[in-house]
Design a protein around this ligand. Sequence first.
Ligand SMILES: Cc1ncc(COP(=O)(O)O)c(C=O)c1O
Ligand SMILES: [Zn+2]
Length: 405
Amino acid sequence: MSFLTYLECSKCGKRYDAAKVQTVCDVCGKPLFARYDLDAVGDAVSRKDLVCREASMWRYWELLPVRDKRNKVSLGEGWTPLIPVRRLGEAVGLPDLMVKDEGIIPTGTFKSRGLAIAVSKAKELGIKRLALPSAGNAAGAMSAYGARAGMESYVFMPVDAPKVNAVECQVVGAKVILVRGLITDCGKFVSDGIDEMDWFPLSTLKEPYRVEGKKTMGIEVAEQMDWKLPDVIIYPTGGGTGIIGMWKAFDEMEHLGWIGSERPRMVSVQAEGCAPIIRAYNEGREESTYWEGADTLAAGLRVPKAIGDFLILRAVRESGGTALAVGDEEIMEAVRLTAQKEGLFACPEGAATLAALKKMLNQGQVDKGENVVLFNTGSGLKYTELFHVDAPIVDPGQKLDYKSL
Ligand SMILES: Cc1ncc(COP(=O)(O)O)c(C=O)c1O
Ligand SMILES: [Zn+2]
């Protein structure tokens, strides 16, 4: 069973009833966090009990907000591999490198975790129609789980989002609207349509439960490393729920006695063409400001202003981590290096973490002997438009000069 008790504003602490549909805090407009009766969770489940559970994120059922198992809407997401990548690590000068590979998850990105939970909880709360502004991948995930739950889905995404995102939404029956603008422009269409369309928006951190799915990445890393967290976690940041969710999971696990008080240094990576979090970090601010003219080929990182910015910055600073931006060329180079050294075709957002690691090694911000986990947040197979095929074309029966191939 779930031990969800109430929702709490992540900024001012005001409490909200978790049995009702909630969005953000009505006092300060900030995200709400799900709170659990952690003492009761501790009595009900131990680390050992987890061992024989299902190989998905639902193995942490007690720490998830869905109360009735009949409301679980799942395609088997989570429990992704934590892969030692020694050849890649040696190439960049850090042999103990690992990649948590979210590319093998249903719908191809980590967005499935958050949206499986959000759609399940929406089902539990009686919601029938969903809407989402999305950089692309979240739309695909919401549409898939929405279809599985028998709900209607409306997605608004930038017209330059990867084509596969519109395809994956339409094929499962979602209504797709392409916006000549950014995710923030998409968000305006969604909020303006609420009264007329009676839809429930599942926008990042504007509903309380997507982050609960994302937090399972942090629990999984702990369990997969035998409850000893790595020295450094490097994560690509758009809306920021990945970092925020993992940071929340660490506190919950410490309360349960599953881990100690040590934390990895959390590193937030953005693209140079859209780096509001990095700018705020460097200027010592608690919140970011809108990034004008956001432009990067890493579509998931094209988020000019995140509602959870203060939570990302807090996690980065409290952990002693850092925030840094990488260029699109460095990102594509990192995609190629990861693929060629390990056979792992990362998405550009995921590869940005390798580009960031290289910079950190150069600047002495990571020690060669440290334990580093990079998050590949999705599959490169969703981004084939970014690549040209350079291959000879031959006809059947043609005489080939094999050595010249
Ligand atoms: C593949 C991928 N990685 C990373 C991100 C950024 O994630 P978050 O919004 O949780 O910071 C996105 C967001 O769209 C994404 O699609
Ligand atoms: Zn508040």
